[in-house]
Design a binder for this molecule. Structure first.
Ligand SMILES: O=P(O)(O)OC[C@@H](O)[C@@H](O)c1c[nH]c2ccccc12
Length: 268
């Protein structure tokens, strides 16, 4: 791996150490995946911005945690027009679980992305999902093998990049779905110009997703103008701000609608 510890925020180092130890599945999964590109096309046809809404109960950059049933949150996101969902399965730093992903996927009919820090092939077998995230920075030279291993099981691999070098590695690995993470996992700082700098290098034919730091409808417009086919939005939808002691926060359905309707309505 090309992850020297001094380059990473301590929270990320701790996430990676935990990820390396996490067991995989005993049996190889075979997934009948719901297509992300079909879901995006359906959203576009109905005038919705294609948004992957993320069920992220907490994170190293979030204050507090939402304690509602993630299935309720997921259903609210779909009601708010989300084309697809992302579900954190990382247990120690993001409040995720494999069981949550299973239950969410059973409750909705949109594609569901497994969001985790997978570093080995057997970890793909821990749970079924329509898409799996592979983070170029963390899998290094194993990227092409993991992309192939994910496809062999029926998953659509989404390869996350943050630099031009990682984009080149993703393309060399045959990635067809690429996410540009605006958050630098070294410093955990967000900068939307990351997507703008990398997007022009991405060939047509790749489905390109802007990830992280999208907080307003103007940010949606900015990422769409720069070439985003879809957007991955977590914190601004989960919005734990104002969350009470029971962990009940803002209206997730309305929060989602604010982004999916960003190109058709004035902000409310
Ligand atoms: O909450 P935000 O800023 O809208 O970001 C969502 C998503 O992009 C972010 O959670 C994320 C991007 N890549 C990741 C890898 C692992 C865990 C989480 C992530």
């Amino acid at each position: 791996m090309n992850t020297r510890s001094e380059e990473l925020a301590p929270a990320v180092r701790s996430i990676l150490d935990a990820a390396a130890d996490r067991p995989g599945g005993d049996e190889r999964v075979a997934v009948d995946a719901r297509s992300l590109s079909t879901a995006f096309a359906t959203a576009e046809a109905d005038g919705r911005v294609p948004v992957i809404a993320e069920v992220k109960p907490t994170s190293p950059t979030t204050d507090g945690a939402r304690r509602e049933d993630p299935v309720d949150l997921a259903e609210s996101m779909v009601a708010g027009g989300a084309a697809a969902l992302s579900v954190l399965t990382e247990p120690e730093h993001f409040g995720g679980s494999l069981d949550t992903l299973d239950r969410v996927r059973a409750a909705v009919d949109v594609p569901v992305l497994r969001k985790d820090f997978l570093v080995r092939e057997d970890q793909l077998d821990a749970v079924e999902a329509d898409l799996v995230l592979l983070i170029a920075r963390f899998v290094g030279d194993d990227l092409a093998d993991l992309v192939a291993a994910a496809r062999d099981r029926g998953f659509q691999p989404l390869v996350e990049v943050h630099t031009r070098e990682e984009l080149a590695a993703a393309l060399a690995a045959g990635a067809e779905l690429i996410g540009v993470n605006n958050r630098d996992l070294g410093k955990l700082a967000v900068d939307l110009s990351t997507f703008e700098a990398i997007a022009p290098e991405v060939p047509d034919g790749v489905t390109l997703i802007a990830e992280s730091g999208i907080a307003t409808p103007a940010d949606v417009q900015r990422m769409r103008d720069a070439g985003a086919d879809g957007l991955l939005i977590g914190s601004a939808i989960m919005d734990a701000e104002g969350t009470d002691e029971a962990g009940t926060g803002g209206d997730v359905s309305a929060n989602t609608r604010r982004f999916t309707a960003a190109e058709t309505e004035e902000e409310v």
